[in-house]
Ligand binder design. Structure first.
Ligand SMILES: [Zn+2]
Length: 430
């Protein structure tokens, strides 16, 4: 420790403490400047910049780490088994009437054993010089409380360094709402995690369903972007000649919409919907072609029942074709195997057996099955994982793929695959 640091020990941290914090937030390096713990946040988008939290908050986080608290894995927030406490960061979605009408609400709140900073409906924060809404309810036996209020130091918002005003400490004023679950006391980590999650889910559901107060737990996203390798797009811009209807043009534009970035399941479904809208026409076209081939064949004889039956059977089979069969036919009709092979070879790990998306078949270029057929099976299985709820017995074996989940954050190569199919289907069906 340098001389300068030891002189101001209350606003400094030892190297060991710094590395504990860095570890908790998956950072390479943290430093202290002017009462703030400063770090380069892992890459979010393409810009790297310095961020920080006040040192007091860092101290509180260290204390929590030392008594066994950990960051949650799937959501932004902390779990503290030693006191039976979990804090989730929440996002308010849309208009929140509670802020405006907080005085009109009543709360099922009872005396309890926890330490709460204030009672609903509002709390005064001297530090923030600010009144913020507070929602709290207590279980019948007074053991458990659920609360939405300003964050504790554990969930101090990370502020870009350029927002710090070092003279006034302006950045310290920023805060965020968190959902806190207080159990009666020390709780086993796994039980606490499960109970808190369940309580948070039901409470947020009821706040939205009964009161139109929409809050959402903030998902913890992986730091590294996960992007597919793509063939280089053409650099030669031409006068357009692809016929595209307004509906298709709109659907196609949705995944590139900036607001939709990150919602990869929605992007997937938009492209899939384009393909789906062409399926009946492609299917009909293929059936007509098959019947025409039969009629033209040399052994077709319109006076023979067996010849007519051949046609009827073919049409009957076509009529009973499932969505999956229709998709397979569309991929076979419209997409070249060569293009698919190239795409898969650029992203072989993602589409291979050890890829990050579960419950869908891997693509194996060397298997006997055609690449189009394997593609269609994977695309359809993934579509089912996105749209079918768990309770549907037909899809009982595959678990539903939730938007903005960890798994969905790895979905981009599959989104590019349906995009490729959608483009070829559009081009092939003027
Ligand atoms: Zn309480």
């Amino acid at each position: 420790m340098s001389e300068q640091e030891s002189n101001s020990s209350e606003i400094s941290l030892t190297e060991e403490e710094k590395s504990l914090i860095a570890q908790a937030f998956s950072l390479n390096r943290v430093e202290i400047h002017d009462g703030f713990l400063v770090f380069v946040a892992p890459d979010i988008g393409s810009r790297r910049r310095e961020n920080g939290i006040p040192v007091e908050a860092a101290r509180a986080i260290l204390e929590a780490i030392n008594r066994g608290a950990e960051r949650l894995e799937d959501y932004e927030g902390w779990i503290d088994p030693s006191s039976g406490f979990v804090e989730f960061e929440v996002k308010q979605q849309g208009l929140n009437w509670f802020v405006k009408y907080s005085a009109e609400y009543e709360f099922e709140v009872r005396p309890c054993s926890h330490t709460h900073r204030a009672d609903p409906p509002v709390e005064m924060s001297q530090e923030l010089n600010h009144i913020s809404p507070m929602i709290r309810v207590t279980s019948k036996d007074s053991s458990t409380c659920i609360e939405i209020s300003r964050n504790t130091p554990l969930c101090t918002p990370i502020t870009p360094i350029e927002h710090f005003d070092r003279k006034t400490g302006q950045a310290r004023r920023s805060g965020q709402d968190t959902l806190k679950v207080f159990l009666p006391g020390p709780t086993r980590k796994e039980d606490l995690k499960k109970d808190a999650q369940q309580l948070a889910d039901t409470f947020l559901f009821e706040l939205n369903a009964r009161h139109r107060l929409p809050y959402k737990l903030r998902q913890r996203m992986p730091h590294l972007p996960y992007l597919p390798n793509l063939p280089k797009p053409s650099r030669s811009i031409r006068y357009p000649k692809t016929a595209v209807s307004e509906n298709i043009a709109t659907l196609f534009s949705i995944p590139s919409d900036f607001d939709m970035r990150g919602n990869r399941t929605l992007a997937y479904l938009s492209y899939y919907q384009i393909i789906e809208s062409f399926l009946p026409a492609i299917h009909q076209r293929a059936t007509v072609a098959a019947v025409r081939r039969m009629i033209r064949s040399l052994d077709f004889d319109e006076t023979k029942d067996s010849s007519i039956m051949k046609i009827l059977n073919s049409v009957g089979r076509a009529h009973g074709a499932s969505d999956g069969d229709q998709l397979k036919r569309a991929v076979e009709e419209c997409v070249s195997g060569e293009k698919l092979h190239e795409f898969f070879s650029l992203n072989s790990i993602h589409f291979g057996k050890t890829g990050p998306i579960s419950g869908v078949p891997a693509i194996n270029a060397r298997s006997g099955e055609s690449i189009q057929s394997q593609t269609a099976k994977r695309v359809y299985a993934l579509r089912n994982r996105i749209v079918h709820a768990k309770d549907d017995v037909r899809f009982a074996e595959s678990k539903v793929l939730l938007p903005l989940s960890h798994e969905a954050s790895k979905l981009q190569p599959d989104v590019e695959l349906v995009r490729l199919l959608a483009i070829d289907v559009i081009v092939d069906n003027p």
